[in-house]
Design a protein around this ligand. Structure first.
Ligand SMILES: *Cc1c(COP(=O)(O)O)cnc(C)c1O
Length: 394
């Protein structure tokens, strides 16, 4: 088949055609167990009947109205986010990168208004991932994603993840924001330590900087809490959400407090599609399902089962040195013998009918539906085990 798209992606050698729950079928009718969840997006699986209903209802009502107006779906979703988080106000965007772009711009503008232009520095982490706009690749700590696009935005420094001493050295009167992922997702499913996030919170208080948590991957029930910060007993000043927020409809949100929100005065930032009624109606329904205690308890339970099964596969094959993460965001860290082979294993798994992810070269990542049932979990693990044993023998 001819591919008409720019060559920045290397697509899998099959075409997904339809899906339901945690199962996907390709154009040849082959079935797959989906433990990738569209990269932590399809939090309620594929084509959840309630989301199909919410989408169809809104599709017959109002799709788009521009940001000259707000709408009931946008107000309902914003209220639900506020009532279930630290936040007082919400800005809607369309992707994780855009939500982070908004967060970083808000932090800079807030600092400029309160302290003047010298307070503009952003402290971020090595190996962080915050999106692909020029600002967010620059704040992200992976030069391979930014260096070819120089000159880059200035005033950004990077410290090693989970290094509280380095954080103390880096944050000063000139810092306007510290941005951290509670679990570094793209670069290996690496959870932040309690000490690191507590230190970041304290430093941001002391130096009047915005503490931004990038929960694009960890938020919306993924770690068995609605937001991962709830595990740590701290709150951010700004939080970004995307991926699972719309369960497959493109939508993102930046959440913040009444202290920071006024820096986004009328006209200072915007988005044509942000707050789109169609996307908000789906996300509103999704959130009302995901935040139920039964859903979050199911994530904890299935996360425990998945971790245990991965540990067993690791023990039997000698391919994993550690299984880490929280809830249904898990990473199996490859042993040194398999260094750099994660992407090849993802391919091998796909061939055997199970969709998984890589996070960097050395970690297999799992981010399935939060509703993953026992049967799909068992079948997925069975197929993965087979795939890895054949991979090992090859
Ligand atoms: C995926 C991701 C992003 C980028 O989201 P897009 O919707 O692809 O722009 C940002 N931050 C984190 C932590 C992510 O996992």
């Amino acid at each position: 088949m001819h591919n008409y798209l720019t060559p920045n992606f290397s697509f899998a050698p099959m075409l997904p055609e339809k899906a339901s729950g945690s199962r996907v079928w390709d154009t040849d009718g082959k079935e797959y167990i989906d433990l990738a969840g569209g990269i932590a997006v399809n939090a309620l699986g594929h084509c959840h009947p309630e989301l199909v209903e919410a989408l169809a209802l809104q599709a017959g009502r109002l799709w788009h109205i521009s940001n000259y107006y707000t709408s009931r779906p946008a107000q309902n979703l914003a209220r639900q986010l506020v009532e279930n988080s630290f936040a007082d106000k919400v800005f809607f965007a369309n992707s994780g990168a855009e939500a982070n772009e908004a967060a970083l711009k808000l932090a800079r503008k807030f600092a400029r208004e309160h302290d003047g232009g010298h307070k503009h520095e952003i402290v971020a982490c090595v190996n962080a991932f915050h999106g692909r706009t020029l600002f967010t690749v620059s704040v992200g700590g992976q030069p391979k994603y930014s260096r070819d696009f120089a000159p880059l935005p200035q005033g950004i420094s990077h410290i090693p993840f989970n290094d509280s001493e380095a954080l103390k050295q880096a944050v000063s009167e000139r810092t306007c924001a510290v941005i951290i992922e509670p679990i570094q997702g793209e670069s290996g499913v690496l959870p932040a330590t309690q000490e690191f996030l507590s230190t970041a919170r304290e430093l941001c208080n002391r130096f009047q900087a915005a503490f931004i948590l990038d929960e694009v991957q960890t938020g919306i029930g993924r770690t068995a809490k609605l937001f991962a910060y709830e595990h740590y007993g701290i709150v951010p000043d700004i939080l970004t959400s995307a991926k699972a927020l719309g369960c497959g409809i493109p939508i993102a949100a930046m959440l913040t407090t009444d202290r920071f929100a006024p820096a986004f005065s009328p006209g200072s930032h915007g988005s044509t599609f942000g707050g789109n009624p169609l996307a908000c109606a789906v996300a509103d329904r999704a959130l009302s399902i995901i935040r139920q205690p039964e859903t979050l308890a199911h994530v904890a339970e299935q996360g425990g089962r998945l971790a245990q099964q991965l540990q067993e596969i690791g023990r039997d094959t000698g391919m994993f040195q550690e299984v880490r993460g929280k809830g249904l965001l898990l990473g199996a860290v490859l042993t040194s013998r398999y260094e750099g082979r994660a992407a090849d294993m993802v391919q091998a798994a796909l061939k055997h009918g199970v969709m998984i992810l890589a996070a960097g070269g050395n970690v297999l990542r799992f981010a399935p539906s939060l509703l993953l049932n026992d049967e799909d979990l068992q079948e997925g693990m069975h197929r993965l085990r087979q795939a890895l044993m054949i991979f090992q023998a090859a």
